[in-house]
Design a binder for this molecule. Structure first.
Ligand code: BTN
Length: 215
């Protein structure tokens, strides 16, 4: 295991084109430092949950995977990523009045539309987790319509265009801050994640791709 990240300055790795940042991070896990954020301009085989494709056109959205060597718990990784992303998104210009929230377990929503998704995958042989996130940043309304579920981008929600590089840098900082807190006190991240997760404590209908039930 590499050195555990102890400050929010670890590596940010930009790739132009990759199949999937999660796959890249998993395949290069031993060489990547704890707390590295692997970011791609585009993905040729972006993966979503339940075997879905994550549409990844170049230059408009964020596709990133966070390397967590000090984490054997994909649920903890989900909390770090979704909370880190939520805080960053809420700080963007125009976001002040948007209804941004975490939808249990892995999604970020703006109102009733999906804005971002998290895919965490364990690297079992190394006791680590790769936590990937895709965020619709500047995707146009016509592109959003092609997505199979109701989706939104930050630009569609606010009418503003966002600088991709600056937003990635802000995401990197925010995720790393959450990871540092998580490493020292998991409970603090869990309680903040829970208080922004409006489905916790409510009855929900779960669709796991094979069956649908209430819980
Ligand atoms: C979902 O909501 O289904 C999860 C989507 C996760 C997409 C991201 S994009 C970066 C990383 N690389 C992938 O192949 N998937 C995740």
């Amino acid at each position: 295991m590499g050195r555990i990240m102890d400050k929010a300055t670890s590596k940010l790795l930009f790739l132009e084109n990759v199949d999937s940042t999660n796959t890249y991070a998993k395949n290069n896990f031993d060489q990547l430092e704890d707390g590295t954020l692997v970011v791609a301009e585009t993905q040729s085989a972006g993966r979503g949950r339940l075997g879905r494709v994550w549409v990844s056109p170049p230059g408009v959205n964020i596709y990133a995977s966070f390397v967590m060597k000090n984490c054997q718990n994909p649920f903890g990784a989900t909390q770090v990523l979704s909370l880190g992303a939520l805080k960053m998104l809420r700080a963007l210009p125009g976001a002040e009045k948007l209804p941004l929230w975490i939808k249990w377990p892995n999604d970020l929503y703006c109102g009733d539309r999906k804005l971002a998704g998290v895919l965490c995958e364990g690297v079992l042989s190394r006791h680590g987790v790769i936590a990937g996130i895709g965020i619709n940043l500047n995707l146009s309304p016509s592109e959003l319509e092609k997505i199979s579920q109701p989706a939104i981008s930050m630009s569609a929600a606010t009418g503003m265009k966002y600088n991709l590089k600056k937003t990635i840098a802000a995401l990197d900082k925010s995720i790393k801050e959450c990871y540092i807190i998580y490493n020292s006190c998991e409970k603090d991240i869990f309680s903040e994640w829970k208080s922004n997760n409006y489905l916790v404590g409510h009855q929900v209908k779960i669709d796991n791709g094979r069956e649908c039930f209430s819980a």
